[in-house]
Design a protein around this ligand. Structure first.
Ligand code: NAD
Length: 405
């Protein structure tokens, strides 16, 4: 039996996927409300294909509880934020979960940390727990996750995976557990390589996005179309530049690269600069909007609205979102009235001045900053009438009053 610990964006779909493929699974989360929701037959976030997967897993016998189970394999999928001051990983959730696992795990159990962790986290923070508890019988494994919100169910099945273990036999055993549903290639390696590989993957994307963002700024000063430049440059067989945008959000790309900056502050300079470039974008967009307001004689910020609160299109996750970063920049540096905000994917009130329908949102607006390219509006500028559009995602097409980055 597998006990999946932490039933958030990653743990829940993983638990459901295993259960749907013949593995006996119990899902555990210490959040009583979340467990009650799952036990009432409802999923806890919106994701393409998740509800169907949930029904299949329920029929296959998955159960949810706040209690840790006695079983042969544990998969820990709890948050791994970074410390905002020293930029190092905050391993406290992983440590707390692993400690509780050790209290209940039978002899010879396998403890898989699926959370994203900085290289050396298992050796520095988890292995000592085994030593303190006299539980060297427990096999440690790191199995990082690569799925992208919005396409999680597909990617869980089709992505390649990495499994890091102390010995190959344990690694292969855990690889075959994941192979119950994963059709991708599974690379078995040592723990530190697996830890580093996952962080490197997200760092690669952060650096590439930062490059695109810097190009956007350069092209604007130089009077060039960055999208056209990138489109053509990418026709080169060995060039693949990502797209610029209003910043990076979510739980991965703006977070994981900091682990390397925190642990190697003298060396990881290029990565630090990339992150700073990405974090400069929400304020850059805001300044762009203020310039356009000036150009069009709009003096009142309440005539400007922000469409999109999530960190990417067609998901309901607002963590670290560029819109939230932009609102912070607005409050801290630029003052002015709070702009009206609408996101069709976010039903709860996350920020002041948030409205819950497109009609209510558009009323009285002369300008809209489209921070997220949800399918609702992508390629449909007519939905905004003749309002001026600030389009840092490049999803509105060209138009007389459509301003890109
Ligand atoms: N969200 C993503 O897109 C994504 C992608 C790849 C990897 N990851 C990584 O996966 C890990 C989990 O991320 P997430 O987005 O699922 O987080 P999340 O916040 O959505 O979910 C974490 C869950 O763990 C529970 N939890 C925390 N401590 C616990 C404990 N001690 N015992 C029981 N339950 C506990 C919380 O209540 C929460 O429900 C992180 O390391 C993240 O970096 C996330």
């Amino acid at each position: 039996m597998v006990n999946v610990i932490g039933l958030g964006y990653i743990g829940l779909p993983t638990a459901l996927m295993m259960a749907s493929h013949g593995v006996e699974v119990v899902g555990t989360d210490y959040d009583e409300e979340l467990v009650a929701t799952l036990n009432a037959g409802k999923t806890t976030f919106k994701e393409e294909g998740l509800d169907e997967l949930f029904s299949t897993a329920l029929n296959a016998g998955i159960t949810f509880t706040t209690e840790y189970q006695s079983c042969d394999t544990y998969i820990v999928s709890v948050p791994t934020p970074y410390d905002k001051l020293d930029k190092k990983i905050d391993p406290s959730y992983v440590v707390a979960a692993c400690k509780t696992v050790l209290d209940v795990a039978p002899q010879g159990a396998t403890l898989v940390v699926e959370s994203t962790i900085s290289p050396n986290t298992i050796d520095r923070f988890v292995r000592p727990l085994l030593e303190e508890a006299g539980r060297q019988d427990i096999a440690l494994v790191h199995a990082p996750e690569r799925i992208i919100p919005g396409n999680m169910v597909y990617e869980l099945v089709h992505n390649n995976r990495t499994i890091g273990a102390d010995d190959v036999e344990v690694g292969e055993r855990v690889a075959s557990l994941y192979a119950s549903f994963c059709e991708g290639e599974i690379s078995v390696t040592d723990i530190r390589t697996a830890e580093m590989t996952k962080v490197v993957e997200n760092t690669f994307r952060a650096v590439n996005i930062a490059f695109a963002n810097e190009l956007a700024k350069v092209c604007r000063i130089g009077g060039m179309d960055v999208y056209e430049v990138i489109r053509i440059a990418n026709k080169h067989p060995r060039v693949n530049i990502l797209q610029p945008g209003p910043g990076v959000g979510g739980h991965c790309i703006p977070v994981d690269p900091w682990f390397l900056v925190g642990d190697y502050p003298e060396t990881a300079n290029f990565i630090r600069l990339a992150l700073q470039t990405n974090f400069s974008m929400p304020e850059y967009v805001l300044q762009r909007a203020y310039e356009a307001m000036k150009e069009h004689g709009i003096t009142d910020s309440s005539k400007v609205g922000i469409y999109g609160l999530t960190y990417k299109e067609d998901v309901d996750d607002v963590r670290e979102s560029p819109t939230l970063q932009m609102l912070e920049a607005q409050a801290e540096h630029l003052g002015g009235a709070q702009m009206k905000i609408y996101d069709p994917w976010v039903e709860t009130d996350v920020v002041p001045n948030q409205v819950h329908s497109m009609d209510e949102f558009l009323e009285g607006l002369e300008m809209v900053i489209v921070m997220v390219g949800h399918s609702q509006v992508k390629g449909k500028p007519e939905l905004f009438g003749n309002r001026i559009l600030i389009d840092p995602r490049n999803v509105m097409g060209k138009g007389k009053f459509v301003y890109k980055l």
